[in-house]
Ligand binder design. Structure first.
Ligand code: FES
Length: 100
């Protein structure tokens, strides 16, 4: 019996997307390697964070449009239909709109 090594996992490729803030109508670019929380902080928009790893739920915010790529471990599948952990989620599409 021949044992083969597992195929190397493919690297995660992140793409840039536009973060839209519904209440202020601000549009912010999120580049690969940046988090939405970092972009919001740099823009002077207050968002509480704690773990910044998708664990604690402090940054959870309602999303309104787009297709979030959830990377948290604090939200249930049901909760992810309406909310996103801003510290670690990204967007699968070109824009993601948050209720901010
Ligand atoms: S800061 Fe903890 S889940 Fe985002």
């Amino acid at each position: 019996m021949q044992i083969t090594a597992p195929a190397p996992s493919s690297p995660v490729i992140e793409h840039a997307f536009e973060l839209v803030l519904a209440r202020s109508q601000l549009r912010l670019a999120v580049e690969p390697g940046e988090s939405m929380a970092d972009v919001l902080q740099l823009a002077g928009i207050a968002l509480d964070t704690l773990c910044e790893q998708g664990v604690c739920g402090t940054c959870v915010t309602r999303w309104l449009a787009g297709a979030p790529e959830h990377r948290d471990s604090c939200l249930s599948a049901e909760e992810q239909r309406t909310h996103v952990a801003v510290c670690c989620a990204r967007s699968l599409g070109p824009t993601l709109t948050l209720d901010l």
